[in-house]
Design a protein around this ligand. Sequence first.
Ligand code: F1P
Length: 346
Amino acid sequence: VRDTMGARIDQENKRVVLPELKMSDEELAAYDRIYIVACGTSMHAGLVGKEVIEKWTRVPVEVAVASEFRYRDPIYTDKTLMIVISQSGETADTLAALREAKKSGVKVLAITNVVGSSVAREADDVIFTWAGPEVAVASTKAYTSQVVALYLFALYFAQVKGTMAAAEIANVVEHLQQIPAKISTILDNAEPIRRFAESIKDATSLFFIGRGLDYAVSLEGSLKLKEISYIHSEAYAAGELKHGTLALIEDNVPVVALATQPDIYEKMVSNIVEVKARGARVLGFAVEGDRELAKTVDDVIHMPATLPMLTPILTVIPLQLLAYYASVARGLDVDKPRNLAKSVTV
Ligand code: F1P
């Protein structure tokens, strides 16, 4: 995360610089529509990117899975920018979507980890994540660094568009700089996550629920659990539960509930009350200082406080740890998950 921010944060002026971008600030400022296209974990990072870009620039963003997008007939204008996200830079569907877009004359900005990869070579512009080699197959630090790259892009885009005041940008930058230390705090306090993971090792199904940015992170937590522990899980936008899925919540079904967003906190708590009333065993995630959630859930984990918009970078860490510990508790090889390739090139 620190490396992703690296030289892109102008410490003195508390703003973002993206010296690697080839396009001019004027060209960037003119874009009024964005498609974010990626697969798997990278697509989930894109969902966080959508929320922040829309919030800070008011530019509409659509996130699409590359395997679908490559066969679509997207509506491009001369002010449409496509962002492709790929850790490896070699994922076949993502690369195909990029090539289709370029054929239509659309400018493509890539967010990738691998210098010299096909995606890096073929895109018009690149933001590298500098996450280092991904040693394990399941993507973890790639996600956090992609999310940080998207925050930096969103801030820079807001700067050139003039949609955020300098003081507001400086405030976000300051909070971003405190994130690495907060991640260390989470990693140093992993024992409650390990205990919960141990308690779900024989579960047949698990639910992740959240709203807004918490929902985006829930999708990634659920994917990680499936990928490396093979426990069935689903992520739901908490308000969607009442449209059918509540039927699956019964005695002792484990539910991981993220409640880090102040503007939708009360709504989230009432969703948790609904699953509790049906017998769910709930592990809740709240922000440091929260005294309420503990009254409703079975266990609560408090996250270091940051700006609500930045919480995804933190909340994904315990969810990744949960998947890791669940995999270990089930005696599986975390680094070699079945049916998952480091880069899917077919
Ligand atoms: C996309 C992806 C990863 C996943 C696995 C398979 O890869 O879905 O998110 O963890 O490695 O591929 P990439 O395009 O980000 O390299």
